[in-house]
Ligand binder design. Structure first.
Ligand code: ZN
Length: 485
């Protein structure tokens, strides 16, 4: 007998950004037949926003339905403590079989993300050194970080000729590791798991594919021969940021071309999952949700890759939902939509209902402004992986503690650290070079109207009105309350 509850397949194509799927990337965007097919049969959310700019807090949000400042898991040292139960826990309670298949180390660690999954399968190998490498750089204090620090000193000392061969060695090792993580084994295992599902019990599968995550194979045979000016792409992002504008541009274009190829590989994996559902004759009773936990940056707002900044390139992600027969709904919406909606949608599907009925609202856990819904992307805390190099840059270059608010009228970004407020009109890419940036008291006054009160009580970050008459709470208390440390 067919269950009333829909099966729920959630596929996270790590690091895939909406920008490339809109054909605005280099070479008109990658070929993504699986995503295209899903889009034809489902609902396309063309303005979906990731709750955070890197993997761990973003996944925690899309499984809990609340923002990182509420669940507090903002570093690899933090574990989920007190939040609503995660999606898999709630579905397990309702009789679902639940399976997690992840190529991404963050989902398999001690963070608590795997809570509720009866089966957890990871790519081989995972271990302590892998976590830092998969996240972008070795963890501070690790042996690998020491090697990168030494490289960095060479580069800062303008001995780039020495830094590049060293960078190449690290790049090659990271690439080998990624190939082991992103190999075809895990997705095949997920497909077998689908094929084994019993029809009298609904199932939920979460698959994370890291194909589009850095590092990228710069010398892929499908790309033109690697030119000397593009060799800087072999360096870690933190070093690449120190190169001259011209060298950096050439390297970033190369990286973006290689990234597009990796998006194609991620799309092929999605095709395998759709094929498995079809072969098992389960596609018509399964909701397939495809998204990404964050995008990727190739120079946007002065950032490379992710974990820094809240440019549209990193905040805007694909979101396509193909519903089961009976409640299927097709079309396209450009309304701003947070990935925090996914648990509510999934629970509606578990009840056999359409997720886009009366629950088709933005999450309202943040106060609204004049009744207008908004969605948020929360920027990185200062201890994110790239902060190994933070001391080498002006604070602004690292864009820590940025809060982006997307709403109908456009985008505003508030910098908790400097008090700067930047606003953009709808459709304009956020960029630190944009002129409409204000600071200090003026920004404070504007931000009061734009951001929820919880974000506006960092008074030591904002100049007190009237030269110091304001009663202030120590910033540490507020930051701790939001999960920063
Ligand atoms: Zn990620």
């Amino acid at each position: 007998m067919r269950p009333a509850s829909a099966n729920i397949v959630l596929v996270v194509l790590d690091c895939v950004r909406q920008k490339n799927l809109e054909g605005v990337g280099l070479a008109g965007g990658p070929a993504t037949p699986s995503l295209d097919r899903l889009a034809e049969d489902g609902m396309v959310f063309s303005n979906a926003v990731a709750p955070a700019n890197w993997t761990l807090p973003s996944h925690m949000s899309l499984l809990s339905g609340i923002y990182p400042s509420e669940h507090g898991v903002r570093s690899v040292q933090r574990r989920l403590e007190s939040t609503p139960p995660l999606l898999a826990q709630r579905l397990s309670e309702q009789g679902y079989s639940t399976g997690l298949f992840t190529e991404q180390a963050h989902l398999s660690g001690d963070s608590g993300l795997a809570e509720g999954y009866q089966l957890c399968r990871t790519s081989e190998p995972f271990g302590a050194p892998v976590r830092g490498l998969a996240a972008g750089l070795p963890a501070p204090g690790s042996a690998g970080a020491g090697a990168i620090e030494a490289l960095s000193r060479l580069f800062v000392g303008r001995r780039a000729a020495l830094a590049i061969p060293g960078g190449f060695v690290i790049h090659r090792e990271r690439l080998r590791l990624k190939e082991r993580l992103a190999g075809p084994g895990l997705v095949r295992e997920a497909c077998r798991w689908i094929a084994e599902r019993s029809r009298d019990r609904p199932f939920h599968l979460l698959l994370n594919c890291v194909d589009a995550h850095e590092p990228y194979p710069l010398s892929d045979r499908r790309l033109p021969p690697l030119r000397p000016s593009e060799l800087l792409g072999l360096l870690p992002a933190s070093l690449l940021l120190q190169a001259s504008e011209r060298s950096r541009r050439a390297a970033l274009e190369r990286l973006e071309r290689a990234y597009a190829l990796e998006i194609q590989r991620a799309d092929q994996k999605l095709g395998l999952v759709l094929g498995a559902l079809e072969r098992a004759k389960l596609l018509d009773e399964t909701a397939v949700l495809v998204t990404s936990d964050h995008g990727q940056q190739f120079g946007e707002s002065g950032n490379v890759f992710h974990s820094g900044g809240v440019s549209d390139a990193v905040a805007r992600v694909p979101l396509i939902v193909r519903l089961p027969d009976g409640i299927s709904c097709r079309g396209r919406t450009d309304r701003w939509t947070s990935l925090c909606s996914i648990p509510d949608w999934s629970l509606a599907l578990a009840r056999g209902e359409s997720p886009f009925g009366q629950r088709d609202q933005q999450p309202s856990r943040w106060p609204t402004l004049a009744g207008q819904p908004a969605v948020y992307c929360e920027g990185s805390p200062a201890h994110e992986v790239n902060s190994v190099f933070a001391h080498r840059f002006a604070g602004a270059a690292w864009n820590h503690r940025l809060i982006a608010r997307y709403a109908r009228e456009g985008k505003a970004v508030f910098d908790l650290d400097s008090g700067a407020l930047a606003r953009w009109s709808e459709g304009v890419e956020y960029d630190t070079a944009a002129p409409d940036v204000t600071f200090g008291e003026e920004a404070s006054a504007q931000a009061e109207g734009l951001f929820p009160p919880i974000m506006m009580h960092a008074p030591s970050l904002l100049p007190p009105a009237g030269g110091g008459s304001r009663t202030i709470t120590p910033i540490e208390e507020h930051l701790a309350a939001w999960g920063y440390s």
